[in-house]
Write a new protein. Structure first.
Length: 271
């Protein structure tokens, strides 16, 4: 019998080959890890908010009638020579108030200085209310446009007597709020139709009816309502709180308006 040939022997891997394989595996791990880190960094960068952080308003625990917010003069009431547009651009850069809304608040302030100087309402109080009611016309997907109107009408919930909601039956046939059963607050300053119909005033001298969705009309009407036909002095603690609590009879609401108005005044005052 012819003996079977022995199977060929395989060469043992040398220590150098083993080391090379280990190095290759480590390199692959490093490449994969680097790629994962880079992708994560890209995602983090894309998810990071763009632009400056939102304007922060510390809530102040102030009692009704105790004090008024810090005041800040509207353009044209100081020796500052900047026109309204320059003032609004400067203040907008320091707060989250759109330039277009600042125009409306300041214009209402200046109008009331002529029509009811004893009221002493400030644009900052109007801004404090606008911040809470609609974030200055930018709420629920709406965006305040250059023409003063939000990109979509701002209409509140039905005032149907639900928990925490006052029941107010329809007073305008749905003309302003589109609801023929219940009233709803409308516009960037959130007026209910009955209050709007009593105090509304057109800001532009164009002969058109006042529009609660228009930030100029809404701000001026809010100023007239707060001043109460000139019967209130918002330059005093008692007068300021009495006015704001007629807008919403809640101490928490008043403190929110106070805090916003105060923060806006401090931020807008040149240092």
């Amino acid at each position: 019998m012819v003996p079977s040939p022995s199977p060929p022997t395989r060469p043992r891997p040398s220590s150098g080959n083993v080391f090379g394989r280990i190095v290759l595996v480590l390199l692959l791990i490093v490449v994969v890890a680097a790629g994962a880190w880079g992708l994560g960094a890209l995602n983090r960068r894309d998810a990071a908010p763009l632009g400056p952080p939102p304007f922060l308003v510390p809530i102040q625990d102030v009692s009704p009638g105790e004090a008024i917010p810090t005041n800040a003069a509207a353009p044209g009431t100081t020796q500052d020579a900047n026109p309204l547009s320059e003032w609004a651009t400067r203040v907008a850069a320091k707060t989250d108030i759109p330039v277009r809304a600042l125009h409306a608040y300041a214009a209402a302030d200046l109008t009331m200085q002529k029509e009811a100087p004893a009221c002493r309402i400030s644009w900052t109080t109007l801004a404090g209310i606008g911040r809470i009611e609609s974030h200055h016309g930018n709420i629920n997907g709406a965006k305040l446009q250059e023409n003063g109107l939000p990109s979509r009408p701002i209409i509140g919930i039905p005032l149907d007597g639900s928990p925490g909601v006052k029941a107010i039956n329809d007073t305008d046939g749905g003309r302003l709020d589109g609801d023929t059963t219940w009233d709803r607050a409308v516009g960037p300053m959130q007026f209910i139709p009955g209050t709007w119909n009593r105090w509304a005033k057109r800001a532009a001298a164009d002969g058109q009816p006042a529009d609660p969705q228009n930030i100029d009309d809404a701000a001026l009407t809010a100023a007239r309502y707060l001043c109460g036909a000139g019967a209130r002095d918002l330059g005093t603690g008692q007068g300021w709180w009495a006015a704001v609590l007629t807008y919403n009879n809640s101490v928490e609401y008043g403190q929110n308006v106070f805090s916003g108005a105060d923060a806006y005044a401090r931020a807008s005052t040149p240092q």
